[in-house]
Design a protein around this ligand. Structure first.
Ligand code: GRF
Length: 191
């Protein structure tokens, strides 16, 4: 039986691109992306369009109930896994129940450290540097009703160098994020 992914994005979509490449290269086996959904106009949509993957834009500025309805309608109900790959909107409670342990998120820190409201993009890496940490990394976790609080599935650690800035740390972690996300998807779907 083949597996179906739904991928949700808000930004550049480098992780979406990594998933598409991994499927094409057989690193994620027996799987296709059924749909990509963005909550804003973003660069990442080009990866979906170039790969002929059905794409929906569901504006995060819609009235909340309309946003929830549109998002619910857009997600194929036979999705085996819903991957938040840089998706910045909060997932509605109803979807968390409907897709129990089927929604995963990627976060650029070693959760539970440096997660929660406001912890996205460079803010995460700046907070890590400000705290004087000697290592950081990335995490894939199940999505629950909190922000970045769900059970951690897998992590990769990255050393912090004395001359690191939020930008250099972000770049180094992004490479690891792509690998971690691809490996975790393959493991969850194909064991
Ligand atoms: C990644 O750093 C991910 O951890 C975070 O958002 C970023 C998405 O990057 N949740 P991209 O849009 O996949 O390039």
């Amino acid at each position: 039986m083949s597996h179906k992914l739904t991928v949700l994005i808000s930004g550049g979509g480098s992780n979406l691109a990594a998933i598409i490449q991994a499927i094409n290269a057989g690193k994620i086996q027996n799987t296709s992306i059924a749909r990509v959904i963005a909550d804003r106009d973003c660069l990442g949509k080009k990866h979906a369009l170039n790969a002929n993957i059905p794409f929906n834009l569901i504006d995060r500025h819609l009235a909340y109930e309309d946003f929830v309805d549109a998002l619910t309608d857009a997600i194929p109900t036979d999705s085996d896994l819903i991957v938040l790959a840089g998706f910045l909107s909060i997932i509605p409670e109803t979807l968390i129940h409907q897709y129990h342990r089927k929604i995963i998120n990627l976060h650029p820190s070693l959760l539970p450290k440096f997660g929660g409201a406001g912890m996205y993009g460079k803010h995460v890496h700046q907070a890590v540097l400000d705290a004087g940490e000697s290592e950081s990394g990335c995490s894939v976790h199940y999505v629950d009703s909190g922000i970045d609080t769900g059970e951690v599935i897998a992590q990769t650690k990255v050393s912090i160098f004395p001359n690191d800035s939020a930008e250099t740390l972000q770049k180094r972690i992004a490479i690891e994020e792509h690998n971690l996300l691809v490996q975790t998807i393959e493991k969850l779907l194909n064991g």
